[in-house]
Design a protein around this ligand. Structure first.
Ligand SMILES: [Zn+2]
Length: 396
């Protein structure tokens, strides 16, 4: 179900914007009076190049060459795909004297190359995009994805919703039957024709007993991220280090000399030298994905923070009491103690960070910031919040 709310107009691009009238393509009915220069009657044929298509229209090799050269800074016409539509315009009553060519690069972008005083000049024309606010709501009966389909919503939008609330809900594990969601999203139109989806403006998700709300903050047409209604960030930051007073003794490296194995191996984590028994803290909220003995790692704890981030802590002398697989842990909570179990030359913590299942260097990784809305922008944000929140449809 699609409910259109209020209408607003944004300009999507900072490029030169001209209200380019494009009312018809080749499909236009002939009895409708459409100026010839507004049509896109030609198409690059399958397996043909743009130049070949122009040659077939009796355009001179010299003009083709000059057009391609003029367009080069904007678009490499040699790489245009078959199926792209274009139109050519000859001087009035002078067939053979080509004066301009328009190529429809996308629904809102046209490349115009025209002859000015015998020189070919190219410019990109970006058409006005009109946005309307559409709203959707859903109830999870089997999966989140299914609930989007049932709501008649493009499922890519539900993927965006999951991304917005990634720090509140682990959507690959915590979605429950009975969860509900509602959102407002921009739908983009050019000349009344829908061309796709813009940003989610506001969204709410009820997961079990918790309700989470996200509001987009847009500053001078730029999307700055999603925030809770009070202006705090929905993102969380990790602790800088899992050990309060540790010294980094070995950094992340693709290749290093292994002190025990005496061979070069990648070092997929960061080592913190600290005395046996030093407490180890979870660097973020999460759930214990593994706790136990694991080969060269010795005593290992793995914490899953959300569907993107996981951390792992190795060579522990012992675990904190009561931790088991599935336990939830809070940021800063002591989960274990430094040791030298497994393949270790002395007591240290080997700390690993995974992003989407791949090792990253936690010391160089750019993690999301969790800055709230700055105080001087808060009034702005709160106005935006009232407006965007009001777009939300009633709960299903
Ligand atoms: Zn290590």
């Amino acid at each position: 179900m699609l409910i259109i709310g209020s209408i607003s107009i944004f300009y999507k691009s900072k490029q030169k914007i001209i209200n380019f009238e494009e009312t018809a393509q080749a499909e236009t009915e002939l009895n409708e009076v459409v100026p010839i220069e507004q049509r896109y009657p030609y198409v690059i044929e399958p397996r043909a190049t743009f130049s070949e298509s122009l040659r077939k229209l009796d355009i001179s090799p010299r003009d083709i060459h000059d057009i391609v050269v003029a367009a080069k800074p904007i678009k490499d016409l040699g790489r245009l795909h078959p199926g792209i539509r274009f139109q050519i315009l000859h001087a009035p009553n002078e067939i053979g004297n080509l004066v301009s060519i328009r190529i429809k690069l996308s629904p809102q972008e046209v490349l115009l190359v025209q002859k000015e005083l015998n020189t070919w000049v190219a410019e990109k024309i970006t058409k006005q995009i009109q946005t309307k606010v559409a709203t959707f709501r859903g109830l999870v009966k089997s999966s989140l994805w299914e609930s989007a389909l049932e709501a008649g919503m493009n499922p890519t939008i539900i993927a965006e919703l999951a991304e917005i609330f990634a720090w509140q809900v682990d959507f690959s594990r915590e979605v429950q039957v009975g969860d509900r969601w509602r959102l407002s999203v921009e739908e983009e139109f050019v000349k009344g024709e829908s061309i796709g989806w813009g940003s989610i403006l506001s969204a709410e998700y009820i997961n079990g007993a918790n309700t989470y709300t996200a509001i987009l903050f847009r500053k001078e047409k730029e999307d700055m991220g999603y925030f809770a209604p009070d202006g705090t960030s929905l993102k969380r930051v990790f602790l800088k280090s899992p050990i309060q007073y540790g010294r980094i003794s070995s950094r992340f490296s693709k290749r290093r000399f292994h002190p025990v194995l005496k061979v070069a191996r990648p070092h997929n984590g960061v080592d913190y030298a600290a005395p046996t028994g030093t407490p180890i803290r979870a660097v973020g909220d999460g759930m214990i994905a593994f706790v136990g003995r694991s080969g060269g790692g010795g005593n290992v704890i793995t914490v899953r923070h959300n569907s993107t981030y996981t951390t792992s802590y190795k060579h522990l002398s012992r675990f904190a009491k009561g931790l088991r697989k599935g336990s939830s842990v809070q940021q800063g909570q002591t989960i274990g103690y430094v040791g030298a179990t497994g393949l270790a030359s002395g007591p240290h913590l080997h700390f690993e960070f995974f992003v989407n299942g791949r090792y990253v260097d936690p010391l160089s990784q750019k993690f999301p910031t969790a800055e709230p809305i700055p105080p001087d922008k808060l009034v702005n944000f709160l106005e935006m919040k009232d407006k965007f929140f009001a777009y939300l449809p009633d709960w299903i």
